[in-house]
Design a protein around this ligand. Structure first.
Ligand code: AMP
Length: 486
């Protein structure tokens, strides 16, 4: 089976209904989208498995490129448009892409040895003038998507995702999180090269509109306006995007139905503010490129409880995924004991592209080792602590930065907080908190003492105008540690 089958089904059932919208404007119907994807497949030259890179801010053409590449039995390699041209070139070289499709803005900045087509222009349309290819019949284990990880812990690696992996993700999304139909919409606030793009398949299967903001990026006002206009809106948003929606002070738009957030920590205090502003429309995912969007989830109903332990958790295992917490020696951790989170199931990647060493280290004993630390409670809720290398070990005690950050962020004088360990002769490491906000250290100390153990308090506070983030909006703890080392 090939993911193109999802579009085939939508075209058969909803042929003349709108499939892709740019802002409020309808760009193409389901039948039209299917035909364009098959024409593109007819134009693409190469053997099955050829990699095609797409580097673009959010644009309507991304949907036809994705399905056209699959229809050709090629591999889709999206590149985050916020990366530096050199980082983009690294991905093109690492993936061995034979062709790049880039938006006008990005094409102008690329200097590559492989052909680059500018998306949207007259020459781009030539790709759609050939005879449509036949609908593909593909081994589900064939590669569909090379997902380059965000590289918060080092150089970006290409997680190999097959048609089967992405079908498992699609089914789990429809089973656990959202049940859209042809009168619904998926609004792309987050980058389509990653989180938001991975949600395209489930919504295509159900014939829900793909809505791409005209700005091509996340603008809270524009996003909320689109959710007033299009029916039954769902979106995947990073936690910081949710906070930016709340900061507009606007009410929930009448058609905003579901927000799935994740990809980084959502602090309980921020989540409560978001629920006060927009109501119980939230669902949390915990996943990573290696198990796309699908390890655990905190369902909408779980958000209705008044239990901070549940709101601060990442929920429980997703449908079709087995999740465990293990000790360093690989044995299962007890309830409440912190260990590494591992998972297995059809959603888990087959390995990293051209990187057998990283594959062997990550896929051990049939389990994906996530590098995230966490613990289960007796109800099956998983609480994520931190990535193993972010844990601070001070005087022999493990301190989980997330726990300290959760409390710091509750203080009205703190907008953002990030906690890291700094080397220290006496303690091995000490806790340092980087703060964006107006609170002073004495106030913060007093606040922390009412909530967490004394030894977890930062020994130092550093005040910044903003936290360093990578192009996915994830805080770069590595950069903060380097700053301390200097
Ligand atoms: P990426 O592969 O770039 O999507 O990054 C995945 C990593 O983001 C995970 O391994 C976690 O460390 C983090 N992450 C994903 N979802 C969540 C979540 N719901 N809460 C906290 N961190 C998360």
């Amino acid at each position: 089976m090939n993911l193109f089958a999802l579009l085939d089904q939508a075209a058969a059932r909803f042929g003349d209904r709108g499939a892709v919208y740019c802002g409020e404007r309808r760009v193409v119907t389901w039948a039209g989208l299917r035909e364009r994807a098959l024409r593109l497949a007819g134009s693409l030259q190469g053997a099955p498995g050829t990699r095609i890179a797409v580097a673009s801010e959010n644009r309507p053409e991304i949907v036809e490129l994705m399905f056209g590449i699959w229809a050709a039995e090629f591999v889709y390699v999206p590149i985050n448009y916020k990366l530096h041209p050199r980082e983009m070139a690294d991905i093109v070289v690492d993936s061995g892409a034979a062709q790049v499709f880039a938006s006008p803005k990005i094409a102008a900045r690329l200097d590559l040895d492989v052909p680059v087509e500018t998306v949207g222009g007259e020459s781009y349309e030539q790709w759609f003038r050939t005879e449509p290819a036949a609908a593909p019949d593909t081994d589900p284990a064939a590669l569909a998507w090379l997902f380059y990880t965000s590289g918060t812990t080092g150089r970006s690696k290409g997680a190999m995702l097959s048609h089967r992996n992405l079908m498992a993700m699609t089914v789990a999304h429809l089973a656990d999180f959202d049940a859209p139909d042809q009168d619904c919409s998926l609004v792309h606030g987050a980058p389509m090269s990653h989180g938001s793009g991975l949600y395209i398949p489930p919504y295509v299967l159900r014939g829900a509109r793909q809505v791409i903001p005209e700005s091509g990026a996340f603008d809270p006002g524009e996003f909320l306006d689109l959710c007033e206009h299009h029916p039954g809106c769902s979106a995947f948003l990073a936690p910081t995007m949710v906070q930016r929606l709340v900061a507009t002070g606007r009410d929930r738009p009448r058609h905003l139905r579901t927000v799935v957030y994740g990809g980084g920590p959502m602090y309980v205090d921020s989540l409560k503010k978001a629920m006060t502003a927009f109501g119980p429309i939230f669902t949390q995912l915990y996943g990573q490129g290696e198990a796309p969007m699908t390890i655990t989830g905190l369902r909408r109903a779980d958000h209705l409880c008044a239990d901070d332990a549940i709101l601060g958790s990442v929920g429980y295992a997703r449908s079709g995924v087995d999740v465990a917490v293990v000790r360093e020696d690989g044995t299962p951790a007890a309830i409440g004991e912190i260990g590494e989170i591992v998972c297995c199931g059809d959603v888990v990647m087959s390995g990293y592209w051209n990187n057998p060493a990283a594959t062997a280290a990550t896929l051990r004993g049939g389990w994906l080792h996530t590098g995230d630390m966490g613990s289960f409670d007796d109800r099956g809720y998983l609480t994520l602590r931190d990535r193993s290398k972010d844990v601070v070990i001070s005087g022999g005690s493990n301190i989980y930065p997330r726990e300290v950050e959760e409390v710091l962020i509750e203080h009205p004088g703190v907008t953002e907080a990030c906690v890291v360990g700094a080397p220290d002769e006496e303690w091995g490491e000490v806790v340092v908190a980087f703060i964006v906000g107006t609170a002073d250290p004495a106030e913060l100390d007093a606040h922390l003492l009412t909530r967490i153990a004394r030894f977890k308090r930062p020994k130092r506070y550093e005040f910044l105008d903003e936290l360093p983030k990578n192009s996915y909006g994830k805080v770069l703890k590595r950069a903060l540690r380097e700053q301390l080392a200097q």
